[in-house]
Write a protein that binds this ligand. Sequence first.
Ligand SMILES: Cc1ncc(COP(=O)(O)O)c(C=O)c1O
Length: 370
Amino acid sequence: MQIKPFRIEQFFGKYEFAAKYLLSSSDAESRTIQELLELEAGSQKRLLAHWCGYTESPGAPALREVISGIYAGIKPDEVLVVSAAEEGIFILYHALLSPGDHVIVETPCYESALEVARSTGARVSEWRRCYENNWAHDLAALEQLLQPNTRVIYINTPHNPTGLLMPAGIFQHVIALAASRGIIVFCDEVYRELEHDSASRLPAACEVYERAVSLGSMSKTYGLPGLRLGWLVSRDANILQRCLEFKYYTTICSSAPSEFLTALALRHRDVLVKRNREIVLRNLALLDAFLRQRSNLFDWVKPNASPIGFVRYKLDRDVFAFCEDVVRVAGVLLLPGNVYDQPRHIRFGYGRKNMPEALAQFGAYLDLHS
Ligand SMILES: Cc1ncc(COP(=O)(O)O)c(C=O)c1O
């Protein structure tokens, strides 16, 4: 298997645990294990008594049950637990694609959605969106990309890096197009439930199309990436079975303590989502005002979901070098758009409690250096 370096994770790997202020994280504020246990009386005792052996490969039954409850009309055996979304992406592509297949990937995107697809030997086409077009989805362009051997279409809503929801009409059209040709829709929904207005939430792809697979995770909306727990959901038993067969070669089963804590957290996901949405909405207003005040430097399509947004940097300056300077001088971590092949953009994250402080530090840097 040939695979390119993962530039997003390389950049974070270099700076994330050294930088004082994180202003580009894609996850919402986390919490301690103790805070999780405080959500449910008696849970600490139960965690300490929890058996630490292998668990069922498709996921512990109690966990599959609670995950299925996130979705309308989904049964526990339509859920496959994975060790975070990253494993879900890896096993789905490798289980379903081979050389000779064609896959369409919405871009820009979280890098593994594109590179893991390429690593299977399948031919990959990008369904490109761009800032100049307000990140609109060009349905005619999507139709032109279709091939007789198109097997999977990957979409991501709410979207990394723009923080934008796919408009409902576009979503329905993509599903209808895929359904008319029996193409699998792989829908990355790791930011679902963090729509800024919950009334704008789309149905999960797995709810509306039998050959869709929804990808979920504890990492983003719920702010618990340390659990390394995610899931694939589909009503197509054959797709899930093939993914399970592949999972035997990656992790066999997920971590027993993580499964316990995930089930607990999801039983209280309204509490997690409420707090994180409050943080996100407060910070988004601050960030939007900050960018407007500096409209000589920045512009964006304001996000309507998730804790991230993609900001256009207007100066004719190397964005990668700019972000490296900001983290070295001010200790503020931004993510240069180069890692998404978007070298005029910077990804911001506004899901953390201390974001106002990070923003103030970045503002002070700009006052001194521009
Ligand atoms: C769109 C998207 N999908 C998947 C992932 C991987 O998430 P996880 O931490 O659950 O592996 C990320 C992480 O940034 C992401 O942004």
